[in-house]
Design a protein around this ligand. Sequence first.
Ligand SMILES: O=C(O)CCC(=O)C(=O)O
Length: 208
Amino acid sequence: MHFEVLHRDPLILFIPEFVSAEEAVYCIAAGDRAMERSKVVCNDPSGCIDARRTSESAHLGLDPLVEPIRQRAREFSRLATCETLQVVRYDVGQEFKPHLDQFDTSTDVGKREVRSGGQRGATFLVYLNEPAAGGATVFPEVGLSVLPKARAAVFWRHQLPNGRTDPRTLHGGAPVTRGRKYAMNCWLRLPQQPAGTQINPQLQPRAP
Ligand SMILES: O=C(O)CCC(=O)C(=O)O
């Protein structure tokens, strides 16, 4: 799959054609049928509403029509597990302030998630459409801003070589200023491993 390197360390890639136009349309329609106010990970197992994340979102579940997307993500990252896909919809003014995707293992919920499914090791953020203005994905620690491009995905790894969260992967969705943005999260889980284990070396992207 063709990709461009946006940033080397931490590794952030742009994959221009990660989903087909048909897949994007399907995911938007499936997401629209189940949208609810987005939540963030917190000690409540069902998540918490938080002023830092004002979008709406929907989980697509194990739908055979979106399985090829999860499979693609697994093959590209060479990680075995991919959470079910989450479609996110932003209207004007909605945003997700900068945050990290890895579970915080100093919290009970973080420990529980890592025990049950493994730590998050990488993210594919798929753009299902393009808002008329705004809605960039920003990485403030590395000074990177990525404008949504329909069908493309941004991929980044979360961990430092010592297995700890890389704080430079802080990222967020800037407010949409015109139109509507649809994106989709695909979070890859690392197989269970003792703390401090080196990151799975196979998480390196393949050569273009
Ligand atoms: O919408 C974006 O550009 C970023 C979304 C994000 O970081 C998330 O949903 O975790």
